[in-house]
Design a protein around this ligand. Structure first.
Ligand code: MG
Length: 401
């Protein structure tokens, strides 16, 4: 009998976190939850605590600690069964490193995911990485630990799978990241002038949180993924291409020097790449065998459903992509500035204080005004991120008023 993987989920109540917990429910002999971290979604966290009984959890701050305790009491969980409840970034770091985990699923959104991810890597833990910002902000610092990472993002998981469950392979010529194109595929700049938040969040293929849905609509998501791929797979930026593939069936592919390409295909369901990141190249029966119906309600891929098409992205309309390439090539704190400015701009857009086209404009202005510097510590990365956020907020305020 194989010991279950002792899993920590950072970002347990987000889109990836919830899907991961559904896998733990489906495969209780393979996965055991030892720690959970969430920010402010306390009710779902409390329910997860009751269901999975982690030893330790962490929430955003003091107030959330109190409120979580109240909810646990209300739900009737005996005090003796409560996990240790920690708070803040230090709390999340402790959940990752002090809970006896053998695997950390890093699925917080944004910069908040960086510190606990970095700590888990430094502690020698294996990290299933869904948090894009960790590699985008601190790819250079994470490099020595890269072999401990298994990618969760569907594109990077596809490449990892095409490489046989590894980050590198013989004779890799090019990586092709596919992009669904988001809700505004085919739009002109003029048409983008009046798009709303509701339209931006209505992703045609994937069910994701608001930040990533919005990034997907601007193509910034793909830009961040290009930078992520550069760090993960040790290729040059010239070796990374992006193709629009609206059906989201081919999740990415690897082209080899002999002319062969290997692609990974599947339904657009993140549970497949989450499971692959956790399973040590030991595929789990998410779909069930040929006679059974999937225990998870997963639909098998049906290639007859629609033809598969591929096209080059419109780089004039979706400038975020080239911006990310440029910033990635420049290295240093550039990607942290890009990411910090983008997080603020997306928040501004979601709050109705910035137009859709304003998002990338704010990012570009921040990149033009804040010089990029070399990176030798996490503090420098976080300082660049903070500077970008402050400036982005200022620019949004100016545009809004
Ligand atoms: Mg992706």
């Amino acid at each position: 009998m194989v010991e279950p993987i002792r899993l920590v989920v950072l970002g347990a109540t987000g889109s990836i976190g919830r899907q991961a917990l559904s896998l733990v429910e489906a495969f209780p002999k393979r996965l055991r939850i030892v720690g959970l971290a969430a920010a402010t979604s306390l009710r779902p966290l409390a329910e997860a605590i009751i269901k999975f009984r982690p030893y330790v959890v962490s929430v955003l701050g003091e107030e959330e600690v109190k409120n979580l305790a109240t909810i646990l009491k209300d739900l009737g969980l005996a005090r003796a069964k409560w996990p240790e409840i920690l708070e803040g970034s230090v709390g999340a770091i402790n959940v990752a490193t002090q809970s006896g985990a053998t695997m950390v699923l890093s699925a917080m959104v944004g910069r908040a995911g960086l510190a606990p991810t970095y700590a888990a890597l430094k502690a020698g833990l294996r990290v299933a990485l869904a948090n894009k910002e960790s590699l985008v902000l601190a790819g250079e610092l994470i490099k020595p630990y890269i072999e401990q990472i298994v990618p969760v993002d569907s594109e990077h998981s596809a490449i990892y799978q095409a490489l046989g469950g590894r980050l590198t392979g013989e004779g890799v010529r090019r990586l092709v990241l596919t992009a669904s194109g988001g809700p505004f595929l085919g739009y002109s700049l003029k048409q983008l002038q009046n798009v709303t938040k509701e339209m931006a969040l209505n992703h045609p293929k994937w069910s994701m949180g608001p930040k990533i849905s919005c990034d997907s609509a601007t193509f910034m998501n793909k830009g961040l993924e290009v930078i992520e791929a550069y760090h993960l797979f040790g290729v040059t930026y010239d070796q990374i291409e992006v193709l629009v593939h609206p059906q989201s069936v081919v999740h990415s592919l690897v082209e080899f020097v002999d002319g062969s390409s290997l692609a990974q295909m599947g339904p657009a369901d993140m549970r497949i790449s989450i499971a692959f990141s956790l399973c040590y190249n030991n595929r789990w029966p998410l779909l069930g065998d040929i006679k059974k119906i999937s225990p998870l309600g997963l639909k098998a891929l049906d290639l007859t459903e629609s033809p598969l098409t591929f096209a080059k992205p419109d780089r004039e309309v979706f400038r975020a992509l080239d911006l990310a390439y440029e910033v990635g090539r420049g290295g240093g704190t550039g990607p942290a500035i890009l990411s910090g400015a983008n997080e603020e701009a997306v928040a501004g857009f979601l709050a109705g204080r910035l137009t859709f086209l304003g998002i990338v404009q704010v990012v570009e202005d921040c990149l033009n005004q804040i010089p990029s510097q070399g990176v030798s510590s996490l503090l420098e990365v976080l300082a660049a991120d903070r500077a970008a956020r402050l400036l982005a907020r200022e620019l949004i305020e100016k545009k809004f008023n």
